[in-house]
Design a binder for this molecule. Structure first.
Ligand code: PXP
Length: 251
């Protein structure tokens, strides 16, 4: 059975460039609008505690002005929970957050943080959001996600993206097994982090993965090729990889 592979475009780094100077340009909401036209299925944005890229006002405008589903990446803190419940985006993806990190390093420790995450997940679900947990491709984390009532996990592809050769192949094997395990236990499986034109194919070919969230590479590559054509090329690369793995797309 063909499964459409959704592309969530993460616009955080449009805001990073804006914030380097202050002011309004470049506008991440304009990028979201353009992403929608170029074939994105959703918009992803991470409101960090330090507001280093997306700001509270960006979230207000994204929820008001963009028709695509918004995937709101957030740390499991009281502050972020309050903001999520105020705006009620389509999805809330819980990520680990360390102030000193450059980007989200490693997945959420769902096993170790079980009791702390429980009320946050329940509140997000009660607020009507589709909750996703950003995790390493580790079955114990997936079991804990199910036990907490999260319907979705996003597998962290950062290690896969950073490794080479046999080590990358081994990490791809872990991702492939984790995605199959998700299906067996009833979790919807997404993936993301560090994906590029060169490395997206094997992840897009994993049949149980139904969404990829991609940001930094798309925004960086847009400097050279423009955002529209960069997103279209990523969309086509993903679709070709998925078609190749399943003997052709049918819907
Ligand atoms: N998914 C999650 C949960 C993330 O935290 C990030 C980075 O913000 C991404 C996907 C996108 O990663 P990248 O910017 O490396 O494409």
């Amino acid at each position: 059975m063909r499964r459409h592979l959704r592309l969530g475009v993460n616009i955080d780094h449009v805001a990073t460039i804006r914030n380097a100077r202050g002011g309004r340009d470049p506008d991440p909401v304009r990028a979201a609008r353009l992403a929608a036209k170029a074939g994105a299925d959703g918009i992803t944005a991470h409101l960090r505690e330090d507001r280093r890229h997306i700001t509270d006002d960006d979230i207000v405008r994204l929820t008001r002005e963009i028709d695509l589903p918004l995937n709101f990446e957030m740390a499991a803190t009281d502050e972020m929970l309050t903001i999520a419940l105020r705006h009620r985006p389509h999805a809330a993806c819980l990520v680990p957050e360390k102030r000193e990190e450059r980007t989200t390093e490693g997945g959420l420790d769902v096993v170790g943080g079980f009791d702390r995450l429980k009320p946050v997940i329940a509140a997000l679900r009660d607020g009507g959001m589709r909750v996703s947990l950003f995790v390493e491709p580790d079955p114990s984390q997936l079991d804990a996600a199910i036990a907490l009532g999260a319907p979705v996990v996003e597998l962290h592809t950062g290690s896969y993206a950073n490794l080479d050769g046999a080590a990358r192949a081994a990490e791809l094997g872990r991702l492939t097994e984790a995605a199959a395990y998700c299906e067996r236990i009833g979790l919807e499986c997404h993936a993301g982090h560090g994906l590029t034109f060169d490395n997206v194919g094997p992840v897009a070919a994993i049949p149980q993965v139904v969404e990829l969230n991609i940001g930094h590479f798309l925004i960086g590559e847009a400097i050279f090729g423009g955002l529209d054509s960069t997103i279209r090329r990523m969309r086509a690369t993903m679709d070709n990889a998925r078609a190749g793995s399943q003997g052709g797309l049918t819907a």
